[in-house]
Design a protein. Structure first.
Length: 153
């Protein structure tokens, strides 16, 4: 199915505010409430909307370090990669992980309370995962742009 102008407006609006009421959403996109609710349900059913979540405050949660770890494997074995990927699913400090092309095998987004906490996680957990032979860390000094949602190309 292709998205029309109204579908795109709905998706953009709920990316900006996932808790917006149906009445507010309908007003924002120029529909009455019932057709707006129907479109929203259809967009959910067709998989355009995968879920809803809250954005938590790093400051309030005392998360002072955001790091991006470039993880490299010495041996490229599918079983090791599968086990690595399975184990990182259970590590809450890893907020995102991408299998990448280039000088590293994975780009891992990690959060920690402070540098000491990050160092301990790196030493005791990340480097001990199956297949990992080296980890290079890139520390974020400040966040310039936060996840603003996906563009509707």
């Amino acid at each position: 199915m292709t998205l029309d102008k109204t579908d795109r407006a709905i998706l953009m609006a709920i990316q900006a505010d996932g808790r917006m009421t149906n009445a507010s959403l309908a007003e924002a996109v120029g529909l009455s409430e019932t057709p707006c609710a129907r479109r929203l349900k259809r967009l959910e059913a067709e998989g355009y909307i995968e879920g809803y979540r809250a954005e938590l405050s790093k400051r309030a949660l005392q998360i002072g370090v955001t790091a991006f770890a470039l993880v490299r494997f010495g041996v490229h074995d599918r079983r090791l990669a599968d086990e690595f990927e399975r184990q990182i699913q259970g590590l809450p400090r890893i907020v995102a992980c991408h299998n990448v092309a280039g000088s590293a095998d994975y780009l891992v987004h990690v959060v920690a309370r402070d540098l000491e906490d990050y160092g301990a996680f790196l030493r005791d957990v990340l480097r001990a995962l199956p297949g990992v032979t080296s980890v290079e860390s890139v520390l974020s000094l400040r966040e310039v742009k936060r996840n603003a949602g996906l563009p509707l190309l």
